[in-house]
Design a protein around this ligand. Structure first.
Ligand SMILES: [Zn+2]
Length: 410
């Protein structure tokens, strides 16, 4: 039932330097996380810190293994190495993407490169203990597989297919997750893997994974997951935006004009999800005599050229575009990334989205707007769950105020 997938390499991540307010080693590390090697003088010039201060910070980061000498080390002459660069291999993280019926767990380095991963058919409805026991057991197996000790593990990030209160790591009234409501996921997981545990919903971690891996240069990103349901992950100024209660981006239950009085599972009528989700398209096809059980069947039909399926996907794209046109005026994103299983049906969904957004949104908001298909594929959730941990652990303000992180090279 479980199988291990091959190792993949992520592309290099370009990150905006944090010049100006530099104070501690964490800030210096953030600057070096773009992967470019720099000398002490360059670091001093960029940060405005005194050369002696930079030397102290660099020594702390070297001791922690988080940066490494790069380029010509000139060690024979007894001179110190000239340049330093971020060392993504210094630590590892685990990312778990726990879907409705499928789980994916990956161990990555600090640049989000997948070192090893495992997939399994796993029903979230088995309840938190069974699902999280699987996560812990296979997390330990992955550490063995990449031959890294627990001390190298910075933390584990977990994505769940329902509403999550990120600050406490608990699911809140999740519709398809019996037994999970209010369950303390971090407390339970850290009994088996004693490291920090962070939890978020599946769409937010997919948005993080896509942004980190494929679109780091875009500060304001909307990631659309169009699958059995429809959701949106929001990256604002490079950070996940969750809103007051973690409900930000729940665009599936915004009304669309063409939905009429179609009933939605949320109890309202006319929701986007009720007409444009994979489940809704499958139901419409079935009504017309084309058998389809869910979004994967819809994708299959579209790929084989089934005309009603193609038309319905295009219309779903327009309906999604209608909601997004309002979001574009309101939020002014620099990129919209369309992902989820429905996006696998080819260009039809994204063509419908583009058609309506460019027609309906304000010219200033669409002038430089890019609308693109997701690039990270099935790994985006697991990678994003790991990225959530990396960003938390390497947060400059956190590191600058917690010197215990340094000098403990595991
Ligand atoms: Zn609804």
């Amino acid at each position: 039932m479980c199988f291990t997938v091959g190792v993949t390499d992520g592309s290099p991540v370009q990150r905006k330097p944090v010049a100006g307010a530099a104070t501690g080693a964490g800030t210096l590390l953030q600057l070096l996380r773009d992967g470019l090697p720099r000398t002490r003088s360059e670091l001093s010039a960029i940060t405005g810190l005194a050369r002696s201060t930079v030397t102290g910070r660099v020594d702390a980061l070297l001791a922690a293994g988080l940066i490494a000498p790069s380029g010509e080390t000139a060690s024979t002459g007894g001179r110190p190495p000239a340049t330093f660069a971020f060392n993504p291999a210094a630590r590892i993280v685990l990312g778990a993407d726990l879907g409705a019926t499928h789980a994916r767990l990956a161990v990555t380095d600090l640049a989000g490169n997948v070192l090893a991963a495992v997939n399994a058919d796993l029903d979230i409805a088995l309840g938190p203990k069974a699902v999280l026991d699987w996560t812990v057991e296979h997390g330990r197996k992955l550490l063995d597989e990449v031959d890294r000790p627990l001390g190298d593990l910075l933390g584990i990030g977990i994505g769940l297919p329902g509403p999550v209160e990120h600050s406490t790591g608990r699911a809140v009234n999740p519709p398809i997750m019996p037994g999970w409501d209010g369950f303390d996921v971090p407390a339970y997981v850290s009994e088996g893997l004693p490291v920090p545990v962070l939890v978020d919903n599946d769409v937010n971690i997919m948005a993080l994974g896509e942004h980190f891996t494929a679109w780091p240069e875009y500060e304001h990103l909307l990631f659309i997951k169009a699958a059995t349901g429809i959701g949106c992950g929001i990256i604002a100024s490079g950070q996940v935006y969750r809103g007051a209660q973690g409900a930000a981006g729940d665009m599936g239950h915004i009304q669309v004009a063409g939905a009429g009085d179609t009933h939605c599972r949320c109890g309202n009528t006319g929701c986007l999800e009720a007409v444009a989700s994979g489940a809704a398209i499958a139901a419409k096809l079935t009504e017309r005599g084309v058998a389809a059980r869910g979004s994967l069947d819809v994708v299959e039909l579209a790929r084989s050229g089934n005309v009603p399926a193609l038309r319905l996907i295009r219309q779903a794209g327009r309906d999604i575009g209608e909601v997004l046109a309002g979001a574009v005026n309101f939020f002014n994103p620099s990129i919209i990334v369309i992902g989820g299983s429905l996006a696998l049906a080819g260009d039809h969904l994204i063509a419908g989205v583009r058609e309506v957004i460019y027609q309906r949104s304000l010219p200033l908001a669409t002038r430089h707007l890019r609308i693109a298909a997701a690039r990270t594929g099935e790994s985006s959730g697991a990678i994003g769950a790991g990225v959530m941990v990396i960003e938390h652990a390497l947060d400059p303000a956190r590191l600058d105020s917690d010197s215990s992180f340094f000098g403990t090279n595991g």
